[in-house]
Design a protein around this ligand. Structure first.
Ligand code: TPP
Ligand code: SF4
Length: 329
């Protein structure tokens, strides 16, 4: 009989697979000693990418800091679903700031720790894309510019989800939201607008900037772990699909996030002091239609006839990323 190589896809998980890996390859989440910083029982929707991303990121940061961590949370889904007063799912010191000032509050916490002679207690600020790219933008830029000792994590679900899926400056072209055109020849968000937040963070020359995706959770853990090993202002931008706002199936959250990466629409990279230092190559390049078709927010692109013009524009932007970051190696 012909021999067949059996591949263990589960390596790195909490289940059996972790034992197949060497100590230094094991994920934080697979460790029995993980802190469960964002505990079960919260009220996120089924399949929420933000809940998943935050759980991995904060547990990794806890491990990297020897559990000496304070998190500051902007208003948004992550804050609302995790802390319906008087309950909380957080098992770490956690502060709810205003919607727009998480970065400034985090800078203050870091300064207070220094003043108390406890610079070993590290600080994370976190928020959604609305809280980061729009209303919290000024405070965040100040935190970067002063090189304050804070890791800021943006969980990018590409709209204001908590208040009913309004457009943010991270909403991609053609995506339908509650505040983008829903009738006429060009349904969905317009082209040529929005902000590239990782590039803006890099332009501040801060020590570390990275993008991550909940499709690559080990990579997310590694980036958070590295970020907590250095000082100064750091920024990680995580793509977190939102089944409610994207109109994707809850069980497809990882798949959608992966297709964003594998199509080139969401490049994974790291940058130090404003220069790209590493990228994650695409393993199996897919056309952007594979990504778009499984989300209702893009359904209008696939009518009869399909909107080939705008689909081609989205494909061009994915191809530009692939070329710019050298993602096909
Ligand atoms: C100054 C201010 N304006 C508006 C709101 C209402 N508000 C609360 S959460 C939210 C949306 C948050 O969106 P985002 O930051 O993208 O996070 P998400 O909920 O998508 O994770 C808004 C508009 C507020 N709390 N404060
Ligand atoms: S609306 Fe979206 S981001 Fe908010 S809890 Fe539900 S899935 Fe998560």
């Amino acid at each position: 009989m012909e021999e067949q190589f059996v591949k263990f896809y589960q390596t790195g998980t909490f289940t059996v697979g972790n034992r197949l890996l060497g100590e230094n390859q094991r994920s934080v989440q697979a460790n029995m000693q993980r802190t469960n910083s964002l505990n079960s029982g919260h009220r996120a929707c089924q399949g929420c990418g933000e809940a998943l991303g935050a759980r991995y990121a904060i547990d990794a940061a806890m491990q990297a800091t020897g559990n000496r961590l304070v998190a500051v949370n902007a208003t948004g889904c992550l804050e609302v679903f995790s802390t319906p007063y008087p309950q909380t799912s957080w098992r770490i010191p956690w502060i709810h700031s205003l919607f727009g000032n998480a970065a400034a509050v985090a800078s203050g916490v870091a300064a207070a720790n220094r003043a108390r002679g406890r610079p070993d207690v590290r600080v994370i600020a976190q928020g959604g894309d609305g809280g980061t790219t729009d209303i919290g933008f000024g405070c965040l830029s100040g935190m970067f510019e002063r090189n304050d000792d804070v890791l800021y994590i943006c969980y990018d679900n590409q709209a204001y989800m908590n208040t009913g899926v309004q457009r943010s400056s991270a909403t991609p072209p053609a995506a339908r939201t509650a505040t983008t055109p829903s009738v006429g020849p060009s349904i969905g968000n317009v082209f040529g607008t929005g902000k590239n937040m990782p590039a803006i963070a890099m332009a501040h020359g801060i020590p570390y900037v990275a993008t991550a995706s909940v499709s690559n959770l080990r990579d997310l853990e590694a980036k958070v772990t590295y970020a907590m090993s250095i000082d100064g202002a750091r920024y990680i931008h995580v793509l977190v699909p939102c089944p409610l706002g994207w109109g994707s199936a809850p069980e497809d959250t990882i798949r959608v996030a992966r297709l964003a990466v594998e199509s080139g629409l969401f490049p994974l990279f790291e940058a130090r002091h404003g220069e790209i230092t590493g990228t994650t190559p695409i393993r199996h390049k897919v056309p952007v239609t594979d990504y778009l078709k499984i989300q209702k927010r893009f359904a209008h692109l696939f009518g009869n006839p399909p909107d080939t013009g705008r689909i081609a524009l989205i494909q061009m932007s994915a191809d530009r990323n692939i070329e710019k970051f050298g993602l096909l190696q």
